[in-house]
Write a protein that binds this ligand. Structure first.
Ligand SMILES: Cc1ncc(COP(=O)(O)O)c(C=O)c1O
Length: 418
C-alpha cells in the first residue's frame, strides 16, 4: 500500500486537492454495493456515491455485464457521420422518461460539458431565430455548474473559480428569489438568452433545497420573457430528489436539460443535453456554419451508452424509487433527532439526500472543524466530504436501513464530540 501511495505522490495530480497539506489519498482497490475496500482490507461506506455518481451500488452485475458485452461488440466509433444502437436506444429512453417537450439528445462526457453545450446552443439558437440581442445569461447566487470556463462563469464566483476570473464571462447573477428574477427580466429580459438553474437543489453551493413553487416560478418567468430555461439536472436526475427528474416536483418543462453523473449508473463518463424540437429546428439550414459545431472524441461512447441502458433496465426491473423512498423515510425519522446537538443549526432532506448543517449561534463553523468532522467520520468507516459546515449523505440507492443507522449513529457520535 505504501508503495502505491509513494508512486501516487510522485506522479499523480488529484482534483480539488491541496497536495501540500492534504492527507494521502485512500487507496481503494475494490468496491461492492455501498462499500469501498481499501488496500489494507478496511471497508468504507460510500455515503456520497463517489461524487454523486453511483446510483445502484458499485459493481452492479447488470451494468458490469453490459459493459463487458458492449466492449466486445463495438467499443467506440466517432459520432459525427456514424451512429450505433446503444446511442439511439439511450436517446429514445431519455426522451421517453424526461419532462415533456424535449425531443433531441446531444451527447457529451461530463456534467460541465453538458452545461457548456446548453449555453452554446442557447446563444446560437437566438442568433439563428433573429434575436441576436439575446446574448446574456442569468445565473443564481450559490450556483455550481462545473469547472469548464462557461460552467464556471455561471457558477458562484470566488471559491473554486477564483484563480480563473480573467477567463470568465460576465453573467447577470441574482439571488434565487422570484422577485429578483422578475425585476431583472422586466428590465433586461429581451437581452437574456437563457436562465440556468439547478432545479430543487443547489448542490455544491451548500445543499440548498427549493420549494417547487420557486422552480415553477422561474420556469414561468423564462417563458414570459422569451429566455430559454435550462435545467441543470447533472446532480439531481435519476431519482436523487425522489423523482426521476427534479423538474417533476414542479411539473416544469425546460427548454434544455443537462444530465451526466448518474446517467451511466455512475460507472462511466457520459452526459447529455436534451433540447426541444424548436431549438433543434433552428440549427437546420443549407449553410453548414449554422449547424451546432461542437463535439468530443468520445461523444456517445457505445460502452458508456450500454451502461446507461443497463441503468435504465435496473430502474425498470428493480424497485429503485421505493428504495429511495425508504432512504427518505429514514431521514424523516432520524435527522430531526440530531437537532438536540447545540452545533446542529438545521437538518433537511429530500429523496436520497440528507443534510445536517453545523455551526455555532452565529452560524460559524471553521474549515478546520469541517475537516475534523470528515476525518472523524472516516475513522469510523464513513466516506463523507462536508461542504464547509454542511454535512450530508447521498448514498447509492442499494444502501440498507441498517447501514444508514450505523452511519448516522457514528455521525451523531462525532457531532456530540465537537
Ligand atoms: C449541478 C451540477 N452541474 C454540473 C456539475 C459538473 O459535473 P462534472 O463534475 O461531471 O463536470 C456538477 C458537479 O458536481 C453539478 O453538481
Amino acid at each position: 500500500m505504501s508503495d502505491l501511495l509513494d508512486r501516487d505522490q510522485r506522479h499523480v495530480w488529484h482534483p480539488f486537492t491541496q497536495a501540500a497539506v492534504a492527507a494521502p489519498p485512500l487507496p481503494v482497490v475494490r468496491a461492492e454495493g455501498a462499500w469501498l475496500e481499501l488496500a489494507d482490507g478496511r471497508r468504507i461506506l460510500d455515503l456520497i456515491s463517489s461524487w454523486w455518481t453511483n446510483l445502484h451500488g458499485h459493481g452492479h452485475p447488470r451494468i458490469a455485464d453490459a459493459i463487458a458485452r458492449q466492449a466486445r461488440e463495438l467499443d467506440h466509433v466517432l459520432f459525427a457521420g456514424c451512429t450505433h444502437p446503444p446511442a439511439v436506444d439511450v436517446a429514445e429512453r431519455l426522451i421517453a422518461m424526461a419532462p415533456g417537450g424535449l425531443s433531441r439528445v446531444f451527447f457529451s462526457d461530463d456534467g460541465s460539458t453538458a452545461v457548456e453545450v446548453a449555453l452554446k446552443m442557447a446563444l446560437q439558437f437566438h442568433a439563428q431565430v433573429g434575436q441576436p440581442r439575446r446574448r446574456r445569461f442569468v445565473a443564481f447566487e450559490n450556483a455550481y455548474h462545473g469547472d469548464t470556463v462557461g460552467a464556471m462563469s455561471m457558477g458562484d464566483r470566488g471559491g473554486v473559480s477564483g484563480a480563473f476570473e480573467p477567463l470568465l464571462f460576465d453573467v447577470q447573477r441574482v439571488p434565487l428569489q422570484l422577485a429578483a428574477l422578475r425585476q431583472l427580466l422586466e428590465t433586461q429580459g429581451d437581452e437574456m438568452a437563457a436562465v440556468l438553474l439547478e432545479p430543487m437543489l443547489q448542490a455544491a453551493g451548500g445543499m440548498l433545497l427549493q420549494e417547487p413553487a420557486l422552480l415553477r416560478g422561474v420556469a414561468d418567468l423564462c417563458r414570459q420573457h422569451g429566455a430559454l430555461f435550462i435545467a441543470d439536472e447533472v446532480m439531481t436526475a435519476f431519482g436523487r430528489m425522489g423523482r426521476m427528474f427534479a423538474c417533476e416536483h414542479a411539473d416544469v418543462q425546460p427548454d434544455l436539460l443537462c444530465v451526466a453523473k448518474g446517467l451511466s449508473g455512475g460507472v462511466l463518463p457520459l452526459a447529455a443535453t436534451l433540447a426541444t424540437e424548436s431549438i433543434y429546428d433552428a440549427f437546420l439550414h443549407a449553410d453548414p456554419r449554422r449547424a451546432f459545431l461542437h463535439g468530443h472524441s468520445f461523444t456517445a461512447n457505445p460502452i458508456a451508452c450500454a451502461a446507461a441502458l443497463a441503468n435504465f433496465a435496473i430502474f425498470d426491473e428493480e424497485p429503485v424509487l421505493e428504495r429511495i423512498a425508504a432512504i427518505e423515510r429514514f431521514y424523516a425519522a432520524r435527522l430531526p433527532l440530531l437537532r438536540r446537538h447545540p452545533l446542529v443549526r438545521d437538518v433537511r432532506w429530500l429523496g436520497s439526500l440528507g443534510v445536517v448543517e453545523l455551526g455555532d449561534a452565529d452560524g460559524y463553523f471553521s474549515a478546520s472543524a469541517s475537516h475534523a468532522v470528515r476525518d472523524a467520520c472516516l475513522q469510523r468507516g464513513l466516506l463523507l466530504r462536508p461542504l464547509g459546515p454542511v454535512l450530508y449523505t447521498l448514498p447509492p440507492y442499494c444502501i440498507t436501513t441498517a447501514e444508514l443507522s450505523m452511519a448516522y449513529d457514528a455521525m451523531d457520535d462525532v457531532i456530540a464530540g465537537l
